[in-house]
Design a protein around this ligand. Sequence first.
Ligand code: SAM
Length: 278
Amino acid sequence: MNKQTTPKTYIINGSIAGAARLEVLAESTWQGSFSFLTQVGLFKTKSRGLDLGCGSGALLKRILPHLHPESELWGMDSDPEMLSMAAEELKMAGYLKESHLFELWDIEQSANMPAAGSFDWILARFLLSHLKDPLKALSRIKSMLKEGGSLLIEDVDFMGSFSYPQNDGFDRYTQLYSASAIARGCDSCIGPKLPQLCREAGFKVTELSVQLPVFMKGPGKQIASLTFEAIRSSILESKTANEEECEAISKDLSQFTNDRNSIISLPRIFQLQVSNSN
Ligand SMILES: C[S@@+](CC[C@H](N)C(=O)[O-])C[C@H]1O[C@@H](n2cnc3c(N)ncnc32)[C@H](O)[C@@H]1O
């Protein structure tokens, strides 16, 4: 793997804490992802697929046991540390095979791009909301798919997050997440725009569904707090809040999360299957 740094557009910290957060996220959303991936037929036949922006492999590890045993799977990410963790994760789980390949690639760069028509399917989960030019990325993805191949997207709409009761710390966290994304030229409310963007890139939209995971307790309820801690440096860099305000939000959010009467949602998650066919 070549050395390459995480692109400046990505606002969430990587490394071990980042991987631990992705693990909680994957576990808390797996039921919804599994239903979607089953419904679009991902597990039915032998295929060659790519998890683009695979992170530390939290989703790959869950998908692999359900894929056809002769399927080939690639994982790509722009963060070399995340990619090594993904390879290690699959090795530890006993799933790593020669047909599984991990490659460093920044989708916003043309270098290292896989050959045209390489894949039956490409999964882009929580990736497009971190890019400056999602339309260009969609066009690149389209060219990497075989004729009739599918792009499977799961991505967020932060506008769709809620808590009960209303909580200032939670509301400020969702505002600051979106503001930090905007400061890097990205859109944390991309979810509802995806069908049109995909059509503009030349895809045919074949499935659309929306999930809103909601938690009263357990690890899923911690995701807002974990995410806030993971974006603190981006918030400070974008100057949308100062250290003192971040500290106050952190305390408020943590107290609210630990209140057994509170309810916290993730952002609304849009799920799409779009096809590379006319
Ligand atoms: C929110 S994480 C999601 C990881 C994984 N898809 C999952 O659902 O667990 C987003 C991932 O996209 C990667 N990423 C961000 N910008 C990227 C880019 N321009 N090209 C490739 N990967 C990128 C990040 O390094 C990170 O691992």
